[in-house]
Design a protein around this ligand. Structure first.
Ligand code: PMP
Length: 428
């Protein structure tokens, strides 16, 4: 590993960050498991890209077959893109009836921002205070998660994400009060834009607020904010790069948990189970403002091989019942993780939807003071116990547990046992 680390340092741009003090050198993956170069097996508790499971045979077969046949671009006719689009749109509310394809989540969000601007005639975008939406100039300008070195767009405004655990006493534990609290934040951000001569274009959020600390509930809390946004002439962009494709268990898309219909939905990560494919789905009239006047061509986006991969993903989610699986196994995992609170005082809050869970560590349960150092130490301990994951949230104290949907009930013991042992070891 040292030699590989040194080679990286020599030839790769310094912006890349490795996970772990003792980096992991992976050479193989299957289902929810990974193996390193020494043959050691790991439980992947973090990767929603390989959502069906690493190297899923259905995707490998579909990609191989199409690659042997033809791969070209969207300026020629091909059935794959049309068949896939029919299938994809059937998972969405009827108003969301136009699709476009790219290769990364960043490109999808970049286009979504351009669509918001074209439709509204404005330029102000509201995002959350820990959001990450991508690598391009437009998306990094609304991605405070990149840190203070990355300037925010002057037209951007940030709102705190609705954190039921931390705002419980001020916002009320019940969804409607949290919803009102959040809607008021949006209202204030729009007013601030107007005061600075910036016309509001839209609001973008990951509908489970993953980088804001994994904030799934209470379901429905986005409804009031959605009304405020629409009344002010802006659009709602649901960034489904993380919660999408059945992961939250109770719905196929994260926004559906909140009972809202966004104007634009962006898709990525799990869409191709590892093949770079992303998409944007929009209401026809919203998209028209952009697409009637500006051409869009993405060399690799929507190509027959990408579409074959994406089709295999959708078909496999259905064939293997992965949304329901995520709901059931995610529920059992959530219960088992909550049980750790009985023996470990540092467990502050455990929340989730399906196989998307936030495990929040605190110094004191009464004050709820975040315990960032502990979370980082737990990550390293978990790594030594063969469990791979990472942290999220403004205080970096929330373990983000988001395994491939191939995660099985039998894996709960490994994950929860490793967490239990890690917490015990750190307090011994
Ligand atoms: N949106 C969200 C919510 C993401 O998590 C990410 C990637 N971490 C992106 C957008 C950007 O996707 P990509 O890395 O594929 O460009």
């Amino acid at each position: 590993t040292r030699r590989l680390t040194e080679r990286r340092d020599t030839v790769l741009g310094a912006s890349y960050r490795l996970f772990y003090r003792n980096p992991v050198h992976l050479v193989r993956g299957e289902g929810q498991y990974l193996w390193d170069a020494s043959g050691r097996k790991y439980l992947d508790a973090y990767n929603n890209v390989a959502s069906l499971g690493h190297c899923h045979p259905a995707v490998t077969a579909a990609v191989t077959a199409q690659m042997q046949q033809l791969n070209t671009h969207t300026r020629y006719l091909h059935e794959n893109i049309l068949n896939y689009t029919d299938d994809l749109l059937s998972t969405m509310p009827a108003e969301l009836n136009k699709a476009m394809y790219m290769c990364t989540g960043s490109e999808a969000n970049d286009l979504a921002i351009r669509v918001a601007k074209a439709y509204s005639g404005g330029e102000g975008i509201i995002a959350t205070t820990e959001a990450y939406h991508g690598t391009s100039e437009l998306t990094s300008g609304i991605s405070p998660a990149l840190g203070t070195g990355q300037p925010l767009a002057p037209t951007a405004r940030l709102v705190e994400a609705p954190d039921a655990y931390r705002l419980g006493s001020t916002a009320g534990a019940d969804g409607s009060e949290l919803g009102t609290w959040f809607a008021n934040r949006i209202r204030a951000a729009i007013a601030d834009m107007e005061a600075h001569g910036i016309r509001f274009a839209g609001f973008i959020a990951d509908s489970i607020f993953s980088s804001d600390g994994v904030l799934p509930g209470p379901a429905g809390y986005l409804r009031e904010a959605a009304e405020v946004i629409h009344r002010a002439g802006g659009i709602i962009i649901a960034d489904e790069v993380q919660p999408g494709f059945g992961r939250t268990g109770d719905a196929f898309w994260g926004f559906q948990r909140h009972g809202i219909v966004p104007d634009v939905v962006t898709l990525g990560k799990p869409m191709g189970n590892g093949i770079p494919v992303s998409g944007l789905v929009a209401k026809a009239d919203v998209l028209a403002a952009f697409s009637d006047t500006i051409p869009y061509f993405n060399t690799f986006g929507g190509n027959p091989v990408s579409m074959a991969a994406a089709q295999a993903v959708l078909s496999t989610i259905r064939a293997e019942g992965l949304q329901e699986h995520s709901r059931v196994v995610g529920g059992s995992l959530l219960d088992a993780l909550r049980g750790l609170g009985d023996t470990h005082e540092s467990v502050g809050d455990v929340r989730g939807a399906g196989l998307f869970i936030g495990f929040e560590l605190v110094k004191d349960r009464t004050t709820r003071e975040p315990h960032r150092e502990l979370a980082l130490a737990v990550l390293e301990q978990l790594r030594e116990r063969g469990v791979l994951t990472s942290v999220a949230g403004p205080h970096g104290n929330v373990l983000k547990l988001r395994p491939p949907l191939a995660f099985q009930p039998g894996d709960i013991d490994w994950l929860v046992g490793a967490l239990d042992d890690s917490l015990t070891a750190l307090y011994a």
